[in-house]
Design a protein around this ligand. Structure first.
Ligand SMILES: [Fe+2]
Length: 358
């Protein structure tokens, strides 16, 4: 039987933009590097036209120094001025073959603090469809970020031996829902998570990454999960020991070789809220990894990313030790953990406890 309707990618792009309340006459900048998927970008162009946006496309030329890439948007550049003139930036990422814009750079921070909404979109149609956010996801994630923002301490435990206490006095709660509906808000389409940046020197205890958990790209593609335990010991916010077998030794060597002291401290920690995110398998992506329902993501590294919006951004003080390149966060994602905000239990071995956050 023939399907009842077709749904062109421009319809999907229109739905993505409508969630972020793009209105007629709004200045929207569709941003990519010089390598992109024309079909997806065309989908956004048509959708922006249908919504009546005053849209432009900005294709960043490659910026290199010698054989290496540098940040494709430089501070003080014409590109920065164009972005600051927009009401909203839609940055579509369709390839990972060239250096791309990073939310952890000063230039993106300045664009956000000038009041521009910024939506990152992984422009793979399969993902955009599978991870399209529901109103329930948006509500439980916003609710979680509010709770996270008020909390002063966060504790995680697990049957495998995790027992870590984090202080986060004065640090905001960050919601990632794929929607930018207020000036200065940043988001990542297809993600669902709550996070925060801890106080830099207060984290104490140990975290056990168990078999089946993930150390992210350290082990190659995201679907390469761990086959042995690695335990990180923290004192005064810093990793002081990585305990375990060959994998632990290799990870210690990786951190040492990277030689970025900020990667010995937590960048952000929180939980996943996306009920359609998968764990492992060929379609397991960075969005699934960070957003998997009831996970705990614990990333190491820089966390100065911030926005003027209450539940968007980290506002940490763990600065990158070099402006470029900005390496991916290290650390990873752990399952089956329990999590408390002050005295309130939020996760019980990977299950979200409060009814309104489920
Ligand atoms: Fe991260």
């Amino acid at each position: 039987m023939m399907p009842q309707r077709t749904d062109d990618i421009s319809d999907l792009c229109e739905a993505v933009l409508s969630l972020s309340k793009v209105t007629a006459g709004e200045r929207v900048c569709l941003l990519t590097t010089h390598v992109f998927d024309e079909r997806v970008l065309d989908g956004f162009r048509i959708a922006l036209g249908r919504l009546g946006a005053d849209a432009v496309r900005l294709i960043l030329p490659p910026q290199t120094a010698g054989p290496g890439w540098v940040n494709p948007i430089q501070l003080g550049s014409y590109a920065e001025r164009i972005l600051k003139g927009a009401n909203m930036v839609v940055r579509v990422n369709t390839t990972r073959t060239v250096a791309d814009v990073s939310m952890y750079t000063q230039v993106v921070r300045e664009v956000l603090f000038s009041g521009v909404r910024w939506l990152d979109v992984n422009g793979e149609e399969l993902l955009m469809r599978r991870l399209f956010p529901t109103q329930a996801l948006i509500a439980r994630t916003r609710g979680g970020a509010e709770r996270m923002g008020k909390a002063q301490t966060l504790r995680i435990t697990s049957p495998a031996g995790t027992d870590l206490v984090i202080r986060k006095r004065g640090r905001k709660g960050h919601a990632q829902i794929g929607v930018v509906d207020e000036p200065g808000r940043w988001d990542n389409f297809g993600f669902g998570l709550v996070a925060c940046a801890p106080e830099e020197d207060q984290t104490q205890g140990r975290v056990v990454f168990d078999v089946g958990d993930s150390l992210g790209l350290f082990q190659g593609p995201y679907h390469n999960l761990m086959n042995e335990r690695v335990t990180f010991h923290f004192e005064e916010g810093k990793i002081v020991r990585v305990e375990g077998g060959n994998l632990a030794r290799a990870y210690e060597g990786y951190l040492k070789k990277m030689n970025r002291p900020e990667h010995c401290r937590i960048a952000h920690i929180g939980w996943g809220t996306h009920d359609r995110a998968t764990w492992s398998g060929p379609s397991f992506t960075v969005g699934d990894w960070e957003s998997y329902y009831g996970n705990v993501m614990l990333h190491l590294g820089h966390n100065i990313f911030d926005t003027p919006v209450a539940n968007s951004g980290l506002g940490g003080r763990n600065k990158p030790s070099a402006d470029w390149p900005i390496p991916q966060h290290s650390g990873g994602v752990i399952l089956g953990h329990s999590l408390w905000l002050d005295g309130e239990q939020i996760l019980e071995e990977g299950r979200i406890v409060p009814r309104d956050l489920q």
